[in-house]
Design a protein around this ligand. Structure first.
Ligand code: SF4
Ligand code: SF4
Length: 388
């Protein structure tokens, strides 16, 4: 479980063996409210409303967004790309990738903490888990109980809800490649194709496994972005950091005296920032690649500081240079106009310009006739289209 993390002592080879083959500690993260928790919830709801809602939208008699594999065309709100135009999709993908690159250089891993599908689904699965099994301590107690009716009932309910959500996610995902309404009709009448069933099951199991069980292990072992992120950072990149100069030496202290008068820093070593962390790390040990900049530890620590009548921001969004030089947000904001960011932004603008010009040149912005296409020949959507 996630209590304060202990840094492994890598002296003797036996210890190194233990470090390399350490068994996974299950993360029982504690619920936390606050500004960043509300932002995370809002982002989860927005991204999921788009993901689950988009395939239901109709546009000129066809599904508004459809990567139609049978007719070999992509529809997006009246824009149609036939097979020969699909290279145009590379440009928006490049723009999205480069925008992520630029955004990471400015503000760290906010994408990971607020919009990455792995984080978003893990968050939703954790909401279900907390609703069914209770908060951190209740879950630890439940897991340590011997098998019994109450434990069985709660676990069954949790996994049923997880599986239902995962299955719906699988159906929605396949609904981007084959018309969703026809797919549902096929599923209801038992006439869905084998490939459709395969991809629904595959995506559902991937969601169930990644968000229900693997969770932070995906960031730790599978995500290439987590490994690349230090290359995108510089001293002015804003990220979640612990202010060690203010917090140390940590330890319990009296409320009625200033911390320094008691020979202490502001950190009371309550470990709540560790308990709320979805990846189970201790941000007080410094920046770590497992930190997804979700801000949960900021919310938690701000509440502790408030209860101690100390200023908030012992853990906060700040750059390494800002922390070292004790910068306020104005000095921090001024560093946005540094050459590296300006160069990235200029390249992004060029990419966006080329992309816009290419789209205009191919004339795909031409509105198509109902049921027809601006580029590709139109044909009615196949109800039992093959899955991806
Ligand atoms: S929540 Fe704040 S005070 Fe408590 S251990 Fe973390 S940094 Fe220290
Ligand atoms: S250390 Fe803080 S910001 Fe980083 S993942 Fe943990 S809770 Fe989120």
């Amino acid at each position: 479980m996630n209590g304060p993390a202990r840094r492994p002592q890598a002296g003797a080879w036996q210890t190194t063996e233990q470090v390399l083959h350490a068994t996974r500690r299950k993360v029982y993260n504690r619920h936390v409210g606050g500004v960043f928790a509300r932002w995370r919830a809002a982002l989860v709801l927005c991204t999921q409303a788009v993901f689950y809602g988009l395939p239901w939208l109709q546009w000129q008699g066809r599904q508004a967004v459809l990567f139609d594999l049978v007719q070999r065309r992509v529809d997006c709100f009246g824009l149609s790309l036939a097979t020969q135009d699909l290279a145009l999709l590379v440009l928006p993908a490049l723009i999205a990738g480069y925008a992520l690159f630029l955004f990471t250089a400015i503000a760290g891993r906010l994408f990971c903490g607020y919009a990455c599908p792995q984080t978003v689904y893990t968050e939703v699965f954790m909401w279900i888990e907390q609703w069914v099994e209770g908060d951190r301590l209740a879950r630890i107690r439940l897991d340590s109980q011997p098998p019994g009716l109450r434990k069985f009932a709660r676990k069954t309910l949790k996994h049923t809800l997880w599986l239902a959500l995962a299955l719906w996610t699988g159906v929605t995902f396949v609904g981007y490649f084959t018309p969703l309404r026809a797919l549902l009709a096929g599923l209801l009448h038992g006439s869905a194709g084998g490939w459709q069933l395969f991809w629904i099951a595959f995506y559902a199991l991937a969601t169930y496994g990644n968000a229900g069980f693997l969770r932070e292990q995906v960031c730790k072992h599978l995500c290439p972005y987590a490994r690349l992120q230090p290359r995108m950072f510089d001293a002015d990149t804003v990220s979640v950091r612990y202010d060690a100069a203010r917090g140390e030496p940590r330890g319990m202290r009296r409320r009625d005296l200033p911390a320094r008068a008691q020979g202490r820093g502001d950190c009371v070593d309550c470990s709540i920032c560790v308990q709320v962390c979805p990846t189970g790390i201790d941000i007080r040990e410094g920046p770590q690649y497992l930190c997804i900049d979700c801000g949960a530890c900021i919310d938690a620590c701000d509440q502790v500081m408030l209860s101690l009548q100390s200023p908030r921001g012992l853990i906060r969004h700040v750059s390494a240079a800002g922390l070292e030089n004790r910068w306020g947000w104005r000095e921090q904001a001024a560093r946005l106009l540094r050459p590296r960011i300006l160069a990235h932004a200029a390249l992004l603008l060029v990419l966006a310009g080329v992309s816009g010009a290419e789209l205009a040149r191919h004339g795909v912005a031409q509105p198509r006739a109902p049921g027809g296409s601006g580029v590709a020949a139109a044909a009615p959507a196949a109800p039992a289209a093959r899955a991806p």
